[in-house]
Design a protein around this ligand. Structure first.
Ligand code: MN
Length: 207
């Protein structure tokens, strides 16, 4: 999608007086693009998988989260682009707001695109790869490493993709980091602890 009004949908759905979420002031791209995975205990627990592309975080909601098992395909629903400063947002989105619930930074790091055009052998830019519905990235996180593929399925209009671990030295069906490392990679806090720490570092308004 063209970047005429980046983050339009993100901003439209939020009232920044009522939610402590970032307003999107950080716009300077990182030297090396970052990824972030946020654990989000909203109406239903899910993991938000975000990749920095052209100054925003392209985002997918993954109900079951990432798996290190290349034999596993998890549904990933593409969601609104998020601002770069969302990558370190951790806190409570109060009731009545879009996405109400607790947000935790579960993993973050840098990534690079490894999408290659099979015919030409050339590297495909991320925005083009997303447009084409086939994204391959190499993650260097604290918990997730190696190649991950996002493949669009269905007709494309409903935003359905699959998140799949690629086969490489990091693929490991026995490693289940969602279970073994459930807490924040930034603060070490659990969802419950973040939920209990009202007002931490943010301008959360209590009723
Ligand atoms: Mn979410």
């Amino acid at each position: 999608m063209p970047q005429e009004q980046p983050l339009k949908d993100y901003k439209m759905k939020r009232d920044f007086i009522r939610t402590p979420e970032p307003q999107g002031n950080e716009v300077k791209p990182h030297e090396q693009p970052i990824f972030v995975i946020q654990k989000h205990d909203a109406t239903r627990l899910h993991y938000d998988f975000r990749l920095e592309v052209n100054g925003v975080l392209k985002s997918w909601a993954v109900p079951k989260g990432p798996s290190m098992d290349p034999g596993v395909r998890h549904l990933a629903i593409q969601t609104d682009d998020h601002p770069l400063d969302y990558s370190h947002f951790e806190g409570i989105i109060p009731e009545g707001n879009y996405g109400a619930g607790v947000v935790m930074v579960w993993d973050t790091g840098i990534y690079r695109s490894i999408s290659i055009d099979q015919r030409t052998g050339e590297h495909i830019p991320m925005d083009k790869a997303i447009e084409q519905g086939k994204v391959e990235v190499w993650l260097e996180g604290k918990r997730l490493n190696g190649g991950f593929a996002l493949i669009r399925i269905g007709k494309g209009g409903d935003g359905k993709w699959l998140l799949i671990k690629m086969r490489d030295k990091y693929a490991n069906a026995g490693y289940e980091p969602l279970k073994s490392e459930p807490d924040s990679v930034l603060s070490g806090l659990s969802l419950e602890q973040i939920a209990g720490k009202s007002g931490t570092g943010t301008q959360i308004k209590q009723k």
